[in-house]
Design a binder for this molecule. Structure first.
Ligand SMILES: [Zn+2]
Length: 125
């Protein structure tokens, strides 16, 4: 994994960065399921969400998703330059569906910290 990944949170915290890179992969699949995306556009989209990734981090990530069969790449010439567009594949859509379910379950739990606690362990300890 490239060392250039940074987030606005704590760029020096490797564990957090690993979490965020996982989020980024899901985020890629989400947008690629709606329309073909390309690197520069996606870097700007990530910045909108306050993630600051360099091309040196994003492009290998896109390539890995493609190698896994989750993205299909199509090269198009735009303004005389080749631009690599990525679109989700059926396998990617299936993975996204599974991840979406897991994220929902996780969000439901962690956003209500006391909800799933055994009796007597709720509230502050
Ligand atoms: Zn987004």
């Amino acid at each position: 994994m490239a060392k250039t990944a940074t987030t606005s949170a704590k760029p020096d915290n490797k564990m957090l960065r690993d979490f965020f890179l996982g989020f980024v992969k899901v985020h890629v699949l989400h947008h690629a399921s709606r329309e073909p995306i390309y690197g520069v556009w996606f870097i700007e989209e990530l910045a909108r969400h306050d993630y600051h990734l360099s091309p040196g981090t994003l492009y290998p990530l896109l390539h890995n998703l493609q190698a896994a069969g989750y993205l299909h790449r199509e090269d198009r010439v735009v303004d005389g330059k080749v631009r690599k567009y990525y679109e989700i594949t059926p396998a990617g859509a299936e993975a996204l569906g599974e991840v979406r379910t897991k994220i929902q379950e996780l969000v439901d739990e962690i956003m209500q910290p006391t909800a799933g606690e055994p009796p007597g362990r709720a509230a502050s300890s």
